[in-house]
Design a protein around this ligand. Structure first.
Ligand code: NAP
Length: 311
């Protein structure tokens, strides 16, 4: 599969390039990025220029910000290319649904990825929880935005999701491991006075069977970072920590494996294309949309990319 990658930014360099390199059956053949390129590969400023110049491309991965992707996705699908989307798959639910219909009409694969679902302990956690009664769950996702999103202006603009950009990873895991669908009951969203997206949020959810699921997101955490999900059941307690890499049951660590999330994503993309299938699950994005729909808005201190800018 000859792949093209669009949007050569942080996640493309940190994860996609090494994962593609390690994927049997896939080869990176071209890049589209306005300000960046790679030695030895054809690079184009736009996806349209790439598609026009490289008719032999089989598939495209979009690593651009979510609210800039829709036209790029349509261009790829309309050119008959299989398409992989970074999370979140789009800026709105309707956009993603439209892409799903377009991919089906074009007879190509659409893969809306959720990389956190590929963390090593997520599958084992899902299997352990299946058949148990969920009493309650708690999601704590606290990280330092300055470290993970240095200077990324888009993430603070409408459509950029703010703290739900990492928070949607937690929701992608929760929707994969909990046996019942999740519903948002209420949420509190904390917006810096100089930004259009929240820096912190508390979201109260409930499973369809009635168990409470509390989520706390905060982008202001320095020092140790926290990406934990804990679940109380009628038959023991489970904790997923380090973003789904470590599984603990009743206090005993069961599994801790190195991160292979993006390698697993590309292996799955190759499989989906070979099988002629798509994978588009919008449930994490639906929960984020619902958290905004019912959210109570609070204004907090302004946020600056560097602390000294505040003075
Ligand atoms: P990023 O560093 O800002 O990279 C995105 C790239 O897209 C930019 O380098 C830019 O390259 C291109 N781009 C095209 N149009 C753009 C526009 N209008 N504004 C800004 N950039 C534009 O962002 P990222 O962290 O890689 O995130 C990209 C996607 O990956 C997001 O959906 C994010 O949620 C997801 N993701 C990020 C992380 C992470 O830790 N950073 C982890 C997992 C997933 P050119 O200027 O060269 O066009």
């Amino acid at each position: 599969m000859k792949l093209a990658l669009v949007g050569l930014g942080k996640i493309a360099r940190d994860q996609h390039l090494p994962a593609i390199e390690a994927t049997p059956g896939a080869r990176l053949a071209a890049i589209a990025s306005r300000h960046a390129g790679l030695d030895g590969l054809p690079c184009y400023p736009t996806i349209d220029a790439l598609l026009a110049a490289e008719p032999g491309i089989d598939a495209v991965t979009l690593c651009t910000p979510p609210d800039r992707r829709f036209a790029q996705a349509l261009a790829a699908l309309d050119a008959g290319k299989h398409l992989m989307l970074e999370k979140p798959p789009g800026a709105t639910l309707a956009e993603v649904a439209a892409l799903g219909r377009r991919a089906a009409a074009a007879g190509v694969t659409l893969f809306a990825t959720w990389h956190s679902r590929e963390a090593a302990a997520v599958g084992p956690a899902r299997r352990w929880l299946a058949g148990r009664e969920i009493r309650s769950a708690r999601i704590t996702w606290k990280e330092d935005v300055r470290h993970w999103h240095p200077g990324q202006g888009w993430i603070w603009e409408p459509g950029g999701l703010g703290v739900f950009d990492p928070g949607i990873n937690a929701l992608s895991i929760a929707t994969a491991i909990l046996p019942d669908p999740l519903l948002v009951a209420r949420s509190a969203l904390h917006f810096p006075s100089n930004r259009a997206t929240p820096i912190a949020a508390e979201v109260d959810m409930v499973t369809a069977a009635g168990a409470p699921v509390a989520m706390e997101l905060d982008w202001r955490q320095t020092g140790p970072q926290t990406w934990d999900i804990s679940v109380e059941t009628d038959d023991g307690a489970l904790t997923l920590s380090k973003g789904g890499a470590v599984l603990t049951i009743d206090g005993a660590e069961q599994l801790a494996e190195p991160d292979e999330e993006y390698r697993r994503l590309y292996a799955r993309f190759v499989e989906l294309v070979a099988a002629g299938e798509s994978d588009v699950d919008m449930s994490p994005l639906m929960l984020v949309a619902d958290a905004f729909l019912v959210g109570r808005r609070h204004v907090v201190e302004p946020f600056f990319d560097a602390p000294e800018m505040a003075t």
